[in-house]
Design a protein around this ligand. Sequence first.
Ligand code: CNA
Length: 392
Amino acid sequence: MGNEESTPMDESVSPQTLHSRTLEAVAEHIKSGRVKNVVVMTGAGISTSAGIPDFRSPETGLYANLARLNLPYAEAVFDISFFKENPEPFYTLAHELYPGKYRPTIAHSFIRLLNDKGILLKLFTQNIDCLEREAGVPDDKIVEAHGSFARQSCIECRQAYPEDDIKQHIAAKSIPRCHDCNGLVKPEIVFFGEQLPAAFFASRDLPRDADLCIVMGTSLTVQPFASLPEMTRKTTPRVLINKERVGSLGSGTDDVLILGDCDDGVRKLATACGWHDELESLWAKTARHDPADLPGSQQTVEKTKDEALEEEISKITKDIDETLNVSKWHEEKVRGDPSKAPPSRPVSSVTSSEPTVPDKGKHEDDQSNLGHVFVSHTADKAAINPAEEDKE
Ligand code: CNA
């Protein structure tokens, strides 16, 4: 294993904590026993190899496929105002994305391994897919910054709703209603127009206590999550395992960039730590044995990622095509009368701590005005990237 993929950015800056800014030096640091509190920050990139589509990509993204359906605009499916009037599209999508259909990736198992080693302080994830839970990361170690399918409640009275009941509704593609007040029930995914969970704000200072920070599979374009790596102490090693350099990662004295696929990156790091076999065996335990249970990931194992992605998207699109029924009334209301369109906010509001409501007009000809939940790879990242903001 060489360090050709661990890319120090500024050779003139000497590392303060590591021997060098390489993957091997990170592994040495871990093996030395000095690492006791690892904070991990993740995003959609750690789940792509599970077969979960890139929702925002212009060609293959789920939104691109939703947009040609009868929704007034693609993001309406995650808009709380739209949901209140027509929850059906969301529940159609939830039927496809509900946890249990996808296998965790080895990157998820790597986080579990850190916990098994007793050194995981906290995992901050932007993902809603619950795959870290399925990999065995305990609930009290996870902060789901944008919520997830793990819990559900009434949007009116906030009463928790039983998991078994929502599973039945999602399987039947029917709309669950609160047992107390008959209000609409929704998984606690943060929609456009909703606050981030209190757990995020309660834990956001924790990176200060970290002695190692690992950032994986995220473009770090969504605030306030994107500022988490900035909360670490200056000499805390920060490792980025991602296809591209993001945020300010690479500029710190002890930053290490492992650019490439997340799964490859964690395998290399685990091997350098002497954990290769443990990691592979943990991941092997996440495999399912009944292919009938696995419309998503088991097939993915057999196919190329592109094939699986294409199949998944066309399946979701077909399903939604068949069942989605946005009422003519609503279409007239939203399309025909601009005064009745959902409220909009500027792109820059994505950097606020409050989730945003998408700007309908902008979305129709530009995929870049993205909300807090599903961010476009084509987004004008300079507009919402904290590193770029710092330069101003
Ligand atoms: P993003 O903005 O789509 O960025 C993903 C990042 O991961 C990019 O930098 C990619 O280059 C990188 N990447 C993609 N695949 C890989 C890979 N295999 N190996 C290494 N790097 C990879 O996603 P973020 O998470 O940063 O954006 C935040 C949004 C996306 C959150 O609110 C999520 O809810 C939302 N999202 C979640 C899921 C999910 O739950 N699985 C899926 C799609 C989008």
